[in-house]
Design a protein around this ligand. Structure first.
Ligand SMILES: NC(=O)C1=CN([C@@H]2O[C@H](COP(=O)(O)OP(=O)(O)OC[C@H]3O[C@@H](n4cnc5c(N)ncnc54)[C@H](O)[C@@H]3O)[C@@H](O)[C@H]2O)C=CC1
Ligand SMILES: O=C(O)[C@H](O)CS(=O)(=O)O
Length: 482
C-alpha cells in the first residue's frame, strides 16, 4: 500500500502534566534516508528533568486509577494506535531509517502490547500463604499483594522507538505506576504522538511525562533522581552497565545487546532455514538486538545453505524506506555503516571470505554473507547490529553448543531441526534467555518473557513479566491468637 505523505510538522518542547512545555534548547530530528530535518523536540534542562519526575511522583500519590480504569485506558490507546497507524509508521520510518513495512509491523506490535497490558492490568494478583501449616503458627494466615513501585523511568534506544516505549509504558501503567520516558535523541518524534494519543485515550495528566535529550545530560540526571522506583532500560551493554553502576541498589530492568546465534542441523529444512535466516538478518537493517548474526550450519549442508541464502540476498530490493517494496532500509547513521564496513574489512584481512554483499553507499549497507570466519573476529564475537551474517560450519551437537555458548551474551538463539531429541538436547544446553526451535534468534512474540543472561541484561519484558518487575511484593499476615 502506497504511503501517505502528509504528516504534521512537529516542533514541541517536553511533555509534562499533559502539555507541551517550552525549553531553552531544541533537538532537530532528521530523516535518516535523506537527511532532511523532520521536526524539533525540546531538550530538557536539569530543572525541567527534575520537574518531570516531581510531577510524576505527585501524580502517583494523588491520582489513583483502579485496575479497571487502567485497562480501559490501555485498550483505548490500542485503538488510537490503530487509527493513527499510517501517520505513526511514516514518522517511525523517517526518523529511524527502517522500511515502511517494518514500521507498520512495529505499530501492530504496539497495539498488541497495549491490548495485552490491558488484560494483565486486571490480573495483578498475589497468593494466600499457608502460614498455619507451620507448627506453632496454626492461628496465623497471610497473603501477598503486588504494589506499584511509583515512578518508572523508561529509557529507550533508536531502533524500535514505539515498540520499546510500549513495552515499558503500557505495563507500567497497567501496574499503577506513573512514567517518565526518555527516548533516544535521534528518534524522538514518534514519542510526541505517543504522548498525545495516550492523553486522548484518557490517561490522566502526569501519568506519562516525556523528556528529550541525550544520555550524558538528561539520562544522567534521571539516573541520579532517588525518587524513581524502577529504571526500565533498553540499549547497549555499555550504557546498561553504567546504569547498573549509577543506580546502586535501586531496581533496574536491562534489555541489552547480543551476538545472536542460529543453528542449522543436517536434518533441517534448508530452504526454510535459509529464507528465515536472511529475512531475520535484514529486518531493520540488522539493527535489532536479536538479529541473526552467527549461523552455525552442519558441514553436510553448508554449501546448500550458502547457495540458497546468497540467492535470496541477490533478490533483495534496496531503496527508499518509504517504498512498500523496499526490503531493507538504511542504517541509523553513516558512521554505523562505515563501522560495519571496517569490521568486515578487518575480518577479510584476517581470512574471512565474503560470499555476497559488503557494499556501502553512505548509510546503506548491503546484506552481507561471510564465511571462513574465526571466533575472535569482531563480526562474530561482538554485537554487529547490521545486516551481516557469519556462516560457520560445525560437525556435531556438542561442538556447536560450545561455539554458541562461547559468547559474552545470551539473549535469544534459534535452531532448525526436525528431530525432537536434538531440539530438547539443545534446549537444555544452549545458554540464552530464549531458544526458538525451527526459527531464528530473531523471533519474538510480545507475550513471552523476553530478556537475556550474561551481558544481555537483567530481568524480563513482555507485559505480564514487566508488571512483576514494576511492582513490589508485600506480605500481609494476621495473628488470630487473642
Ligand atoms: N535487548 C533488547 O531488547 C534491545 C537492545 N537494543 C540495544 O540497543 C543498542 C542500540 O540502541 P542505542 O540507542 O544505540 O543504544 P544506547 O545505549 O546508545 O542508547 C539507548 C538509550 O540510552 C540513553 N543513554 C545513553 N547514555 C546514557 C546515560 N549515560 N544515562 C542514561 N541514559 C543514557 C540514550 O539516550 C538512549 O535513549 C544496541 O546495543 C542493541 O543491542 C536495542 C533494541 C532491543
Ligand atoms: O522487540 C524486539 O524485537 C527488539 O527488542 C527490538 S525492536 O524490534 O523493538 O526494534
Amino acid at each position: 500500500m502506497a504511503v501517505k505523505t502528509d504528516i504534521r510538522s512537529i516542533d514541541v518542547g517536553i511533555w509534562i502534566a499533559g502539555q507541551w512545555v517550552e525549553t531553552k534548547e531544541k533537538i532537530a530530528v532528521k530523516n535518516k534516508f535523506n537527511g532532511e530535518t523532520l521536526g524539533f523536540v525540546g531538550k530538557a534542562d536539569k530543572e525541567q528533568t527534575e520537574w518531570a519526575v516531581s510531577n510524576a511522583k505527585e501524580t502517583f500519590e494523588k491520582v489513583k486509577l483502579s485496575p479497571y480504569e487502567r485497562s480501559v485506558i490501555l485498550n483505548k490507546m490500542a485503538q488510537k494506535l490503530k487509527e493513527n497507524k499510517e501517520e505513526l509508521a511514516l514518522i517511525l520510518t523517517r526518523e529511524t531509517g527502517n522500511t515502511i513495512r517494518e514500521s507498520r509491523a512495529e505499530i501492530d506490535r504496539c497495539v498488541f502490547t497495549f491490548e495485552h497490558s490491558a488484560e494483565e492490568a486486571k490480573r495483578i494478583t498475589g497468593e494466600m500463604l499457608p502460614i498455619n501449616s507451620m507448627k506453632g503458627h496454626e492461628n496465623r494466615f497471610g497473603f501477598t499483594v503486588r504494589v506499584p513501585v511509583g515512578v518508572v523511568c523508561a529509557i529507550t534506544p533508536f531502533n524500535g522507538p514505539l515498540n520499546l516505549a510500549s513495552h515499558k509504558v503500557a505495563p507500567a501503567i497497567a501496574a499503577g505506576n506513573t512514567v517518565v520516558l526518555k527516548p533516544a535523541r535521534t528518534t524522538s518524534l514518534s514519542a510526541v504522538r505517543f504522548a498525545e494519543l495516550l492523553k486522548e485515550a484518557g490517561l490522566p495528566d502526569g501519568y506519562l511525562n516525556v523528556v528529550f535529550g541525550g544520555g550524558a545530560d538528561v539520562g544522567t540526571w534521571l539516573l541520579h533522581d532517588q525518587r524513581i522506583g524502577f529504571y526500565s532500560f533498553t540499549g547497549s551493554e555499555e550504557v546498561g552497565k553504567m546504569i547498573k553502576q549509577e543506580t546502586g541498589i535501586r531496581r533496574v530492568g536491562l534489555e541489552l545487546g547480543n551476538n545472536s546465534a542460529t543453528i542449522v542441523c543436517s536434518d533441517a529444512n534448508i530452504e526454510q532455514a535459509a529464507e528465515l535466516c536472511v529475512k531475520r538478518a535484514l529486518w531493520k537493517a540488522g539493527q535489532v538486538c536479536i538479529s541473526v548474526q552467527r549461523v552455525y550450519v552442519h558441514e553436510a549442508v553448508l554449501e546448500q545453505f550458502l547457495q540458497k541464502a546468497s540467492a535470496i540476498i541477490e533478490n533483495i530490493k534496496v531503496g527508499d524506506p518509504e517504498d512498500p517494496n523496499t526490503d531493507i532500509g538504511v542504517m541509523h547513521t553513516e558512521e554505523a555503516a562505515s563501522r560495519i564496513e571496517a569490521w568486515v574489512h578487518e575480518a577479510v584481512e584476517q581470512g574471512a571470505r565474503v560470499v555476497c554483499g559488503n557494499k556501502r553507499n553512505k548509510s546503506q549497507f548491503l546484506p552481507t554473507l561471510l564465511t571462513d570466519v574465526k571466533p575472535d573476529m569482531k563480526v562474530v564475537c561482538k554485537e554487529i547490529f547490521a545486516p551481516v551474517v557469519s556462516v560457520i560450519p560445525f560437525k556435531d551437537l556438542d561442538e556447536v553448543i560450545r561455539l554458541v555458548n562461547d559468547s559474552d551474551y545470551g539473549l535469544q538463539a534459534g535452531a532448525f531441526t526436525n528431530d525432537i531429541n536434538t531440539a530438547f538436547y539443545l534446549a537444555n544446553k544452549i545458554e540464552v534467555g530464549g531458544l526458538n526451535i525451527n526459527d531464528t534468534s530473531n523471533w519474538r512474540a510480545d507475550i513471552i518473557p523476553y530478556g537475556g543472561i550474561k551481558n544481555s541484561g537483567i530481568g524480563r519484558e513482555g507485559p505480564k513479566y514487566a508488571i512483576e518487575e514494576m511492582t513490589e511484593l508485600r506480605v500481609i499476615t494476621f495473628n488470630l491468637s487473642h
